[in-house]
Ligand binder design. Sequence first.
Ligand code: PEP
Ligand code: MN
Length: 275
Amino acid sequence: MKNIKLASIKDKKRSIIQVGKVRFGEGFVIIAGPCSVENEKQTLKVAEEVKAAGADMLRGGAFKPRTSPYSFQGLGLKGLKILEKARELTGLPVVSEVLDTRDVSWMCEYVDVLQIGTRNMQNFSLLKEAGKSNIPVLLKRGMYSTISEWLNCAEYILNEGNSQVILCERGIRTFETYTRNTLDLSAVPAIKELTHLPIIIDPAHATGRISLISPMSLASVASGAHGLIVEVHDHPEDALSDKDQAMTPDEFKTLSGKVRALQTFMEKSNLGGQE
Ligand code: PEP
Ligand code: MN
């Protein structure tokens, strides 16, 4: 693939990206948490519940990229401080989205992984700034982007000296309207034959429907993805963002059990998978 030099698998070993005790690129990493950090009580409760249910990492948006300027925009610094507390309480490393180049360096003090969302995948200034930081970057696929464009964006980060990039397939826009996006699971084996970077799946933003998250999560394990990121809320009906795709802690617990069972089965049956 043209211009994919640092991200290319050619002559390189698969990357393992370490975040605390979590290793992306080995086994199957489960990230869970609210779409948005709404307040301390909600976030700490969800953090404890997802930890108890087997999550490896906590997610939570403090800066929210919303379609409407009148929708909840996130708590900003206050939200990051809540995430810091949640990490102290549970020991789970934290990933949160950065929207603005001006926030990259100071946000690294609060989070373990910087997320670059679908709407900013080709924000080249933001990619370069994240490339100058020394913490891992979770780079979501642009909803209108090809695999080649996505890998070129990873290349921007790598080219600034940050070798810790984790890719995330979160669905692309197609003519389908029943689902929020179309989950491109073929991106998993494609990415693995093109690059050494780990890839995880976001079935929540990909489908936008709670009923589809569990089947697509299991399909992610079977496809060989290195992990999953899902949204969990203590009261999904009251969520300030993405309430239709937020699982309850109990639903997440069931999901996490099924995912671990399939992962174990695949490993034991030599069905390939996460390597
Ligand atoms: C998110 O993870 O909260 C998010 C906004 O995701 P995406 O950028 O994939 O829409
Ligand atoms: Mn969301």
